[in-house]
Ligand binder design. Sequence first.
Ligand SMILES: Cc1ncc(COP(=O)(O)O)c(C=O)c1O
Length: 406
Amino acid sequence: MLDEARALDAADPLALARQRFRLPDGVIYLDGNSLGALPVMTPGALSRTAEREWGNDLITSWNKHGWIDAPARIAAKLAPLVGAKPNELLVADSTSVCLFKLLAAALAARPGRATILTERRNFPTDLYVAQGLADLLPGTQINTVDRADLGTAIVDDTAVLYLTHTDYCSGERHDMRALNEVAHENGALTIWDLSHSAGAFAVELNGSGCDLAVGCGYKYLNGGPGAPAFLFVAEHLQDDLRSPITGWMGHAEPFAFAGDYRPAPGISRFLTGTPSILALAALEAGVGTFDGILMSDIEAKSAAMTQLFIDEIEARCPEVTLVSPRDPAQRGSQVSFSHPDGYAVMQALIARGVIGDFRAPNIIRFGFAPLYNRFEDAWQAADALAEILSTREWDQPRFHARQKVT
Ligand SMILES: Cc1ncc(COP(=O)(O)O)c(C=O)c1O
Protein backbone atom coordinates (compact mmCIF):
# COMPACT_ATOMS: atom_id res chain seq x y z
CA MET A 1 0.00 0.00 0.00
CA LEU A 2 1.18 3.51 -0.78
CA ASP A 3 0.70 4.65 2.84
CA GLU A 4 2.89 1.83 4.09
CA ALA A 5 5.61 2.68 1.55
CA ARG A 6 5.52 6.32 2.68
CA ALA A 7 5.76 5.27 6.33
CA LEU A 8 8.86 3.20 5.49
CA ASP A 9 10.39 6.26 3.77
CA ALA A 10 9.64 8.40 6.82
CA ALA A 11 11.53 5.94 9.03
CA ASP A 12 14.41 5.39 6.56
CA PRO A 13 17.85 6.19 8.05
CA LEU A 14 19.14 6.80 4.50
CA ALA A 15 16.33 9.16 3.47
CA LEU A 16 18.54 12.25 3.50
CA ALA A 17 21.11 10.69 1.16
CA ARG A 18 18.69 11.28 -1.73
CA GLN A 19 19.60 14.96 -1.50
CA ARG A 20 23.09 14.02 -2.67
CA PHE A 21 21.67 13.40 -6.17
CA ARG A 22 20.11 15.46 -8.91
CA LEU A 23 17.09 13.47 -9.99
CA PRO A 24 14.73 14.86 -12.63
CA ASP A 25 11.17 15.66 -11.56
CA GLY A 26 8.51 13.21 -12.63
CA VAL A 27 10.94 10.33 -13.11
CA ILE A 28 11.19 7.15 -11.06
CA TYR A 29 14.71 5.98 -11.75
CA LEU A 30 15.21 2.24 -11.28
CA ASP A 31 18.30 1.78 -13.44
CA GLY A 32 21.13 2.64 -11.05
CA ASN A 33 22.38 -0.90 -11.65
CA SER A 34 23.22 0.23 -15.21
CA LEU A 35 24.06 3.92 -14.76
CA GLY A 36 23.99 5.54 -11.34
CA ALA A 37 22.21 8.91 -11.01
CA LEU A 38 24.10 12.22 -11.16
CA PRO A 39 25.52 13.26 -7.77
CA VAL A 40 24.93 16.94 -6.90
CA MET A 41 28.68 17.39 -6.38
CA THR A 42 29.76 16.02 -9.78
CA PRO A 43 29.23 19.00 -12.12
CA GLY A 44 31.18 21.24 -9.71
CA ALA A 45 33.98 18.68 -9.38
CA LEU A 46 34.24 18.41 -13.17
CA SER A 47 34.29 22.14 -13.73
CA ARG A 48 36.79 22.69 -10.88
CA THR A 49 39.09 20.06 -12.34
CA ALA A 50 38.80 21.47 -15.85
CA GLU A 51 38.78 25.19 -15.20
CA ARG A 52 40.79 25.74 -12.05
CA GLU A 53 43.17 22.81 -12.12
CA TRP A 54 43.71 22.07 -15.80
CA GLY A 55 42.95 25.65 -16.93
CA ASN A 56 45.00 27.61 -14.40
CA ASP A 57 47.58 25.20 -13.11
CA LEU A 58 48.11 23.16 -16.24
CA ILE A 59 50.62 20.34 -15.90
CA THR A 60 51.63 21.39 -12.38
CA SER A 61 48.27 19.94 -11.29
CA TRP A 62 49.72 16.42 -11.36
CA ASN A 63 51.55 17.33 -8.16
CA LYS A 64 49.74 20.44 -6.95
CA HIS A 65 46.24 18.95 -7.07
CA GLY A 66 47.23 15.34 -6.44
CA TRP A 67 46.20 14.08 -9.88
CA ILE A 68 48.95 11.47 -9.80
CA ASP A 69 47.57 9.99 -6.57
CA ALA A 70 43.92 9.94 -7.69
CA PRO A 71 43.71 6.20 -8.58
CA ALA A 72 44.98 5.19 -5.14
CA ARG A 73 43.15 7.96 -3.27
CA ILE A 74 39.75 7.04 -4.71
CA ALA A 75 40.48 3.35 -4.17
CA ALA A 76 41.11 4.05 -0.48
CA LYS A 77 37.67 5.69 -0.21
CA LEU A 78 36.09 2.74 -1.97
CA ALA A 79 37.85 0.06 0.10
CA PRO A 80 35.46 0.06 3.09
CA LEU A 81 32.46 -0.38 0.78
CA VAL A 82 33.79 -3.72 -0.45
CA GLY A 83 35.58 -4.98 2.66
CA ALA A 84 39.12 -4.42 1.36
CA LYS A 85 42.19 -2.69 2.79
CA PRO A 86 43.01 0.64 1.10
CA ASN A 87 46.24 -0.78 -0.36
CA GLU A 88 44.38 -3.68 -1.99
CA LEU A 89 42.32 -1.62 -4.43
CA LEU A 90 43.13 0.45 -7.47
CA VAL A 91 40.95 2.52 -9.76
CA ALA A 92 41.87 1.98 -13.41
CA ASP A 93 40.74 1.30 -16.95
CA SER A 94 37.35 -0.28 -17.70
CA THR A 95 35.91 -3.39 -16.09
CA SER A 96 36.72 -5.44 -19.19
CA VAL A 97 40.38 -4.35 -19.17
CA CYS A 98 40.67 -5.02 -15.43
CA LEU A 99 39.25 -8.50 -16.03
CA PHE A 100 41.87 -9.13 -18.69
CA LYS A 101 44.70 -7.97 -16.45
CA LEU A 102 43.67 -10.05 -13.46
CA LEU A 103 42.78 -13.17 -15.42
CA ALA A 104 46.13 -13.14 -17.22
CA ALA A 105 47.95 -12.52 -13.92
CA ALA A 106 46.07 -15.36 -12.21
CA LEU A 107 46.82 -17.85 -15.01
CA ALA A 108 50.50 -16.97 -14.89
CA ALA A 109 50.50 -17.48 -11.12
CA ARG A 110 49.19 -21.06 -11.47
CA PRO A 111 51.65 -22.70 -13.89
CA GLY A 112 50.78 -26.29 -14.71
CA ARG A 113 47.05 -25.60 -14.44
CA ALA A 114 45.27 -24.80 -17.68
CA THR A 115 41.59 -24.22 -16.89
CA ILE A 116 39.51 -21.13 -16.33
CA LEU A 117 36.26 -22.23 -14.67
CA THR A 118 33.24 -20.02 -15.21
CA GLU A 119 29.49 -20.25 -15.58
CA ARG A 120 27.39 -20.27 -18.69
CA ARG A 121 25.37 -17.23 -17.71
CA ASN A 122 28.33 -15.05 -16.73
CA PHE A 123 28.18 -11.52 -18.17
CA PRO A 124 29.24 -11.61 -21.84
CA THR A 125 32.27 -9.34 -21.45
CA ASP A 126 33.65 -11.67 -18.78
CA LEU A 127 33.24 -14.64 -21.12
CA TYR A 128 34.63 -12.81 -24.14
CA VAL A 129 37.72 -11.63 -22.23
CA ALA A 130 38.43 -15.22 -21.17
CA GLN A 131 37.97 -16.41 -24.77
CA GLY A 132 40.34 -13.76 -26.10
CA LEU A 133 42.95 -14.60 -23.50
CA ALA A 134 42.66 -18.33 -24.19
CA ASP A 135 43.36 -17.56 -27.86
CA LEU A 136 46.55 -15.76 -26.82
CA LEU A 137 47.68 -18.51 -24.46
CA PRO A 138 47.68 -21.84 -26.30
CA GLY A 139 46.69 -24.73 -24.05
CA THR A 140 44.35 -22.64 -21.90
CA GLN A 141 40.92 -24.22 -21.53
CA ILE A 142 37.66 -22.59 -20.52
CA ASN A 143 35.25 -24.81 -18.64
CA THR A 144 31.82 -23.20 -18.75
CA VAL A 145 29.29 -24.95 -16.53
CA ASP A 146 25.83 -24.36 -15.08
CA ARG A 147 25.67 -22.50 -11.81
CA ALA A 148 24.63 -25.56 -9.83
CA ASP A 149 27.68 -27.54 -11.04
CA LEU A 150 30.35 -25.00 -10.09
CA GLY A 151 31.28 -26.55 -6.73
CA THR A 152 32.03 -29.97 -8.21
CA ALA A 153 33.73 -28.60 -11.35
CA ILE A 154 36.67 -27.15 -9.39
CA VAL A 155 39.43 -29.71 -9.90
CA ASP A 156 43.23 -30.12 -9.92
CA ASP A 157 43.56 -28.44 -13.29
CA THR A 158 41.51 -25.35 -12.34
CA ALA A 159 43.79 -22.34 -12.33
CA VAL A 160 41.09 -19.80 -11.61
CA LEU A 161 37.42 -19.66 -10.69
CA TYR A 162 36.08 -16.67 -12.59
CA LEU A 163 32.60 -15.45 -11.71
CA THR A 164 30.30 -12.47 -11.46
CA HIS A 165 29.11 -12.17 -7.88
CA THR A 166 25.61 -10.85 -8.61
CA ASP A 167 24.09 -12.10 -11.86
CA TYR A 168 23.32 -9.19 -14.19
CA CYS A 169 20.10 -10.76 -15.41
CA SER A 170 18.48 -12.46 -12.43
CA GLY A 171 20.19 -10.55 -9.63
CA GLU A 172 21.12 -13.85 -7.95
CA ARG A 173 24.20 -13.75 -5.73
CA HIS A 174 26.81 -16.46 -5.42
CA ASP A 175 27.97 -17.63 -2.02
CA MET A 176 31.41 -16.07 -2.36
CA ARG A 177 32.79 -17.47 0.88
CA ALA A 178 31.79 -21.07 0.10
CA LEU A 179 33.14 -20.97 -3.46
CA ASN A 180 36.40 -19.33 -2.35
CA GLU A 181 36.84 -22.14 0.14
CA VAL A 182 36.34 -24.91 -2.42
CA ALA A 183 38.63 -23.12 -4.89
CA HIS A 184 41.37 -22.74 -2.30
CA GLU A 185 41.08 -26.35 -1.11
CA ASN A 186 41.80 -27.28 -4.73
CA GLY A 187 44.66 -24.82 -5.18
CA ALA A 188 42.80 -22.43 -7.52
CA LEU A 189 42.59 -18.64 -7.39
CA THR A 190 39.29 -16.74 -7.54
CA ILE A 191 38.29 -13.65 -9.52
CA TRP A 192 34.98 -11.96 -8.73
CA ASP A 193 33.26 -9.37 -10.89
CA LEU A 194 31.51 -7.07 -8.40
CA SER A 195 29.85 -4.83 -10.99
CA HIS A 196 26.35 -5.47 -9.58
CA SER A 197 27.49 -5.78 -5.96
CA ALA A 198 29.76 -2.83 -5.11
CA GLY A 199 27.67 -0.09 -3.53
CA ALA A 200 24.50 -2.20 -3.69
CA PHE A 201 25.04 -4.09 -0.43
CA ALA A 202 27.86 -4.94 1.97
CA VAL A 203 30.61 -6.90 0.22
CA GLU A 204 33.31 -8.59 2.32
CA LEU A 205 36.23 -9.23 -0.02
CA ASN A 206 38.67 -10.10 2.75
CA GLY A 207 36.06 -11.49 5.12
CA SER A 208 35.05 -14.07 2.54
CA GLY A 209 38.55 -14.93 1.39
CA CYS A 210 38.59 -13.46 -2.12
CA ASP A 211 41.83 -13.37 -4.09
CA LEU A 212 41.05 -10.97 -6.93
CA ALA A 213 38.10 -8.82 -7.96
CA VAL A 214 37.00 -6.09 -10.34
CA GLY A 215 33.97 -3.82 -10.49
CA CYS A 216 32.25 -1.05 -12.41
CA GLY A 217 32.46 2.61 -11.41
CA TYR A 218 29.33 3.77 -13.19
CA LYS A 219 26.61 1.61 -11.66
CA TYR A 220 25.91 1.77 -7.90
CA LEU A 221 29.07 3.85 -7.36
CA ASN A 222 27.61 6.74 -9.36
CA GLY A 223 30.85 7.60 -11.16
CA GLY A 224 29.22 8.70 -14.43
CA PRO A 225 28.85 7.09 -17.88
CA GLY A 226 31.92 5.01 -18.69
CA ALA A 227 33.57 5.79 -15.33
CA PRO A 228 36.88 4.05 -14.56
CA ALA A 229 36.61 0.60 -12.99
CA PHE A 230 38.37 -0.81 -9.93
CA LEU A 231 40.44 -3.87 -9.26
CA PHE A 232 41.30 -5.73 -6.05
CA VAL A 233 44.34 -7.90 -5.36
CA ALA A 234 44.55 -9.44 -1.87
CA GLU A 235 47.64 -8.14 -0.09
CA HIS A 236 49.31 -11.55 0.27
CA LEU A 237 49.21 -12.08 -3.51
CA GLN A 238 50.42 -8.71 -4.67
CA ASP A 239 54.12 -9.49 -4.94
CA ASP A 240 53.48 -12.73 -6.83
CA LEU A 241 51.19 -11.35 -9.51
CA ARG A 242 52.16 -9.25 -12.50
CA SER A 243 50.08 -7.18 -14.82
CA PRO A 244 50.18 -8.41 -18.43
CA ILE A 245 50.00 -4.80 -19.64
CA THR A 246 53.32 -3.47 -18.41
CA GLY A 247 52.81 0.22 -18.92
CA TRP A 248 54.98 2.92 -17.42
CA MET A 249 52.54 3.89 -14.65
CA GLY A 250 52.94 0.41 -13.18
CA HIS A 251 56.73 0.71 -13.16
CA ALA A 252 58.58 0.94 -9.84
CA GLU A 253 59.97 4.35 -10.85
CA PRO A 254 57.98 5.80 -13.75
CA PHE A 255 59.91 9.05 -13.70
CA ALA A 256 63.31 7.36 -13.79
CA PHE A 257 62.50 6.62 -17.45
CA ALA A 258 64.48 3.38 -17.30
CA GLY A 259 64.65 1.23 -20.41
CA ASP A 260 63.48 -1.98 -18.72
CA TYR A 261 60.22 -2.73 -16.97
CA ARG A 262 60.39 -3.31 -13.24
CA PRO A 263 56.99 -3.70 -11.51
CA ALA A 264 56.07 -1.29 -8.74
CA PRO A 265 55.68 -2.87 -5.32
CA GLY A 266 52.12 -3.61 -4.21
CA ILE A 267 48.91 -2.86 -6.05
CA SER A 268 50.38 0.03 -8.11
CA ARG A 269 51.93 -2.46 -10.52
CA PHE A 270 48.42 -2.91 -11.93
CA LEU A 271 48.36 0.64 -13.22
CA THR A 272 49.02 0.93 -16.93
CA GLY A 273 49.07 4.41 -18.44
CA THR A 274 48.07 7.98 -17.66
CA PRO A 275 44.66 7.94 -15.96
CA SER A 276 41.73 10.06 -17.17
CA ILE A 277 41.67 12.82 -14.57
CA LEU A 278 38.29 14.22 -15.64
CA ALA A 279 36.73 10.78 -15.36
CA LEU A 280 38.39 10.26 -11.99
CA ALA A 281 37.02 13.59 -10.73
CA ALA A 282 33.49 12.36 -11.48
CA LEU A 283 34.17 8.96 -9.93
CA GLU A 284 35.54 10.58 -6.77
CA ALA A 285 32.32 12.58 -6.42
CA GLY A 286 30.33 9.38 -7.03
CA VAL A 287 32.17 7.41 -4.37
CA GLY A 288 31.74 10.45 -2.12
CA THR A 289 27.97 9.88 -2.10
CA PHE A 290 28.70 7.03 0.35
CA ASP A 291 30.44 9.31 2.90
CA GLY A 292 29.20 8.54 6.41
CA ILE A 293 26.84 5.81 5.16
CA LEU A 294 26.74 2.39 6.82
CA MET A 295 26.76 -0.48 4.33
CA SER A 296 24.53 -2.38 6.76
CA ASP A 297 21.86 0.33 6.25
CA ILE A 298 22.30 0.04 2.47
CA GLU A 299 21.88 -3.72 2.63
CA ALA A 300 18.80 -3.60 4.88
CA LYS A 301 17.09 -0.98 2.71
CA SER A 302 17.91 -2.86 -0.48
CA ALA A 303 16.35 -6.05 0.90
CA ALA A 304 13.22 -4.26 2.13
CA MET A 305 12.68 -2.15 -1.03
CA THR A 306 13.13 -5.05 -3.42
CA GLN A 307 10.79 -7.14 -1.26
CA LEU A 308 8.07 -4.49 -1.31
CA PHE A 309 8.38 -4.30 -5.09
CA ILE A 310 8.19 -8.08 -5.52
CA ASP A 311 5.16 -8.34 -3.21
CA GLU A 312 3.26 -5.58 -5.02
CA ILE A 313 4.02 -6.95 -8.50
CA GLU A 314 3.18 -10.52 -7.60
CA ALA A 315 -0.10 -9.41 -6.05
CA ARG A 316 -1.12 -7.29 -9.03
CA CYS A 317 0.65 -8.49 -12.19
CA PRO A 318 -0.08 -12.14 -13.04
CA GLU A 319 1.32 -11.48 -16.54
CA VAL A 320 4.95 -11.48 -15.34
CA THR A 321 7.09 -14.15 -13.66
CA LEU A 322 9.70 -13.45 -10.99
CA VAL A 323 13.21 -14.33 -12.15
CA SER A 324 15.12 -13.04 -9.10
CA PRO A 325 15.56 -15.08 -5.90
CA ARG A 326 12.82 -14.78 -3.27
CA ASP A 327 15.34 -14.89 -0.44
CA PRO A 328 16.72 -11.34 -0.01
CA ALA A 329 20.05 -12.75 1.19
CA GLN A 330 20.50 -14.35 -2.23
CA ARG A 331 19.39 -11.28 -4.17
CA GLY A 332 21.38 -8.25 -5.27
CA SER A 333 19.72 -4.85 -5.28
CA GLN A 334 17.70 -5.58 -8.40
CA VAL A 335 14.51 -7.37 -9.30
CA SER A 336 13.87 -9.03 -12.66
CA PHE A 337 10.70 -10.41 -14.15
CA SER A 338 10.12 -12.16 -17.44
CA HIS A 339 7.36 -11.28 -19.90
CA PRO A 340 7.15 -12.50 -23.52
CA ASP A 341 6.99 -8.86 -24.70
CA GLY A 342 9.37 -7.52 -22.09
CA TYR A 343 10.98 -5.00 -24.43
CA ALA A 344 7.68 -3.29 -25.28
CA VAL A 345 6.54 -3.41 -21.65
CA MET A 346 9.71 -1.62 -20.54
CA GLN A 347 9.38 0.99 -23.28
CA ALA A 348 5.81 1.69 -22.15
CA LEU A 349 7.03 2.07 -18.56
CA ILE A 350 9.80 4.45 -19.65
CA ALA A 351 7.24 6.51 -21.56
CA ARG A 352 5.46 6.97 -18.23
CA GLY A 353 8.69 8.07 -16.52
CA VAL A 354 9.51 4.77 -14.80
CA ILE A 355 13.00 3.90 -16.02
CA GLY A 356 14.28 0.34 -15.80
CA ASP A 357 15.81 -1.71 -18.60
CA PHE A 358 15.44 -4.84 -20.69
CA ARG A 359 17.78 -7.78 -21.18
CA ALA A 360 17.26 -10.25 -24.00
CA PRO A 361 15.38 -12.43 -24.52
CA ASN A 362 12.52 -11.44 -22.20
CA ILE A 363 13.72 -9.89 -18.92
CA ILE A 364 12.61 -6.55 -17.48
CA ARG A 365 15.08 -5.35 -14.83
CA PHE A 366 14.59 -2.88 -12.01
CA GLY A 367 17.61 -1.70 -10.02
CA PHE A 368 17.11 -0.20 -6.56
CA ALA A 369 19.85 2.17 -5.39
CA PRO A 370 19.40 2.50 -1.62
CA LEU A 371 21.03 5.95 -1.52
CA TYR A 372 18.41 7.62 -3.67
CA ASN A 373 15.49 5.30 -4.31
CA ARG A 374 12.49 5.49 -2.01
CA PHE A 375 10.00 2.84 -0.95
CA GLU A 376 7.41 5.05 -2.63
CA ASP A 377 9.33 4.66 -5.93
CA ALA A 378 8.94 0.89 -5.63
CA TRP A 379 5.21 1.23 -5.04
CA GLN A 380 4.67 3.77 -7.84
CA ALA A 381 6.65 1.64 -10.31
CA ALA A 382 4.60 -1.44 -9.41
CA ASP A 383 1.41 0.57 -9.81
CA ALA A 384 2.47 1.80 -13.26
CA LEU A 385 3.43 -1.70 -14.36
CA ALA A 386 0.11 -3.13 -13.17
CA GLU A 387 -1.77 -0.56 -15.23
CA ILE A 388 0.36 -0.98 -18.35
CA LEU A 389 -0.13 -4.74 -18.24
CA SER A 390 -3.84 -4.81 -17.47
CA THR A 391 -4.67 -2.29 -20.23
CA ARG A 392 -2.07 -3.71 -22.67
CA GLU A 393 -0.81 -0.16 -23.06
CA TRP A 394 2.55 -1.66 -24.08
CA ASP A 395 1.15 -3.21 -27.25
CA GLN A 396 1.69 -0.27 -29.60
CA PRO A 397 4.09 -0.20 -32.58
CA ARG A 398 6.18 2.61 -31.03
CA PHE A 399 7.02 0.42 -28.03
CA HIS A 400 8.11 -2.55 -30.16
CA ALA A 401 10.74 -0.67 -32.22
CA ARG A 402 14.14 -1.77 -30.85
CA GLN A 403 16.76 0.87 -30.10
CA LYS A 404 20.54 0.20 -30.01
CA VAL A 405 20.78 0.26 -26.23
CA THR A 406 18.07 -1.72 -24.47
C1 LIG B 1 28.91 -8.03 -14.68
C2 LIG B 1 29.40 -6.96 -15.58
N1 LIG B 1 30.72 -6.88 -15.88
C3 LIG B 1 31.20 -5.92 -16.69
C4 LIG B 1 30.35 -4.99 -17.26
C5 LIG B 1 30.81 -3.91 -18.20
O1 LIG B 1 32.14 -3.85 -18.46
P1 LIG B 1 32.73 -2.50 -19.09
O2 LIG B 1 32.63 -1.45 -18.02
O3 LIG B 1 34.11 -2.85 -19.45
O4 LIG B 1 31.87 -2.12 -20.24
C6 LIG B 1 28.99 -5.04 -16.98
C7 LIG B 1 28.08 -4.03 -17.60
O5 LIG B 1 26.91 -4.02 -17.46
C8 LIG B 1 28.51 -6.04 -16.13
O6 LIG B 1 27.21 -6.13 -15.87
